[in-house]
Design a protein around this ligand. Structure first.
Ligand code: SAM
Length: 337
């Protein structure tokens, strides 16, 4: 039966992000730098990944706690084999009202129709610049902008819109692409969201100076396209919304560093090998895979999930400091972005 636990700060659990693989076909400098995630990097062995049946069982239990939104991510979720099979089983779970996926988009032309038919509702696509020189420097995998644009069109063509597009802004790398990106997507119905570069994991060498803040990003966009704030569509929404005064649509900023939003965070994250994390910046998780594979019943698992949530106290972005930056936080590619 549905009864919503609250954490120690009174926050409900609404949103579950599931990393389906720690592998990716990009090597974005701010996420999986090639020097760390090179040919010798040990990715999770296949047997360690949660099977689709295990993921679906956990998701069904999470809906009893109030989860309504499920986002598949990674790594790059589309590199996990047979992903539409997982989508089909998650879409059939009562209570999953919003089933979505975050992707770099390059594999969408071959997969969008199957994913849509399997029951996926929407996708969010990441794109950090609209010129090849900047974008290939960021993704470090020689992927041109046209490959992502093809993914965007494929997704829209099968009804996986309205699309949200994520652009991480890292100083010295792509802040010059803010206005060109705004121009490209202004008036298209696609919602461009600018993300402050975050100190997730500990391999990207994050420094506060590398963060282009929401204030700077908004001033840059507004220098050509005046903006006004919009109300949130729902509590716990991470992106602050702004509309173009000329009617050209809306943009968002996700300002985890300069405007932390821990107070409304209603998100849990499940890693590809079944560890549950209650914060993107966590250092330790809860081993759900051991419980699932150890024969725990549904009631036992549900009780464990409730206990974990009721003890949750995380608010990393509100207490971020020089000391916290060097904590051994888990990598974004592992925990899921
Ligand atoms: N591979 C997929 C993709 O590219 O969208 C899904 C996983 S990726 C980790 C999810 C999102 O996290 C992407 O939009 C990515 O740009 C963003 N991201 C990764 N590392 C980040 C960081 N250090 N700061 C801010 N955003 C980051």
């Amino acid at each position: 039966m549905l009864s919503r636990p609250l954490d120690t700060r009174g926050r409900p659990l609404h949103d579950l992000r599931i990393s389906v693989t720690d592998r990716c076909n990009f090597r974005c400098v701010y996420c999986m730098p090639r020097a760390v995630f090179g040919p010798d990097h040990a990715f999770l062995p296949r047997a360690d990944l949660l099977a689709f049946e295990e993921i679906a069982r956990l998701v069904a239990l999470f809906t009893r706690l109030g989860v309504e939104k499920v986002r598949l991510t990674g790594g790059e979720p589309l590199v996990r084999r047979e992903l539409p099979t997982l989508v089909r089983s998650l879409a059939a779970i009562p209570g999953v009202n919003d089933l979505t996926l975050t992707t770099n988009g390059v594999l969408l032309p071959g997969l969008a129709a199957t994913l849509r038919e399997a029951g996926l509702h929407r996708v969010t696509i990441s794109l950090d610049a609209d010129d090849d020189e900047t974008f290939t420097r960021m993704n470090d995998a020689r992927v041109p902008v046209s490959a992502v644009l093809a993914g965007i069109e494929a997704a829209e063509g099968v009804g996986l819109g309205p699309l949200k597009l994520n652009m991480v802004v890292k100083r010295g790398w792509n802040e010059h692409a803010i206005l060109p990106m705004a121009r490209r997507f202004h008036g298209t119905g696609r919602i461009l969201r600018f993300i402050e570069y975050m100190d997730v994991g500990h391999s990207n060498g994050w420094r506060l100076d590398d963060v282009v803040t929401a204030d700077e990003i908004l001033a840059t966009v507004a220098s050509e396209f005046p903006l006004e704030p919009m109300p949130p569509t729902k509590p716990g929404e991470v992106a602050e919304r702004y509309r173009y005064l000329d009617g050209g649509g809306e943009i968002g900023v996700i300002a985890s560093v300069s405007r932390p939003f821990c107070g409304a965070c209603d998100r849990a994250r499940l890693s590809a090998d079944g560890q549950l994390y209650t914060c993107l910046f966590a250092t330790v998780g809860h081993d759900l895979r051991a419980l699932v594979r150890g024969g725990a019943s549904d009631d036992e698992l549900e009780t464990e999930l409730r206990n974990i949530w009721e003890l949750r106290d995380d608010r990393y972005s509100e207490v971020r400091s020089a000391e916290t930056v060097d904590l051994p936080k888990v990598e974004m590619s592992y925990i899921g972005g």
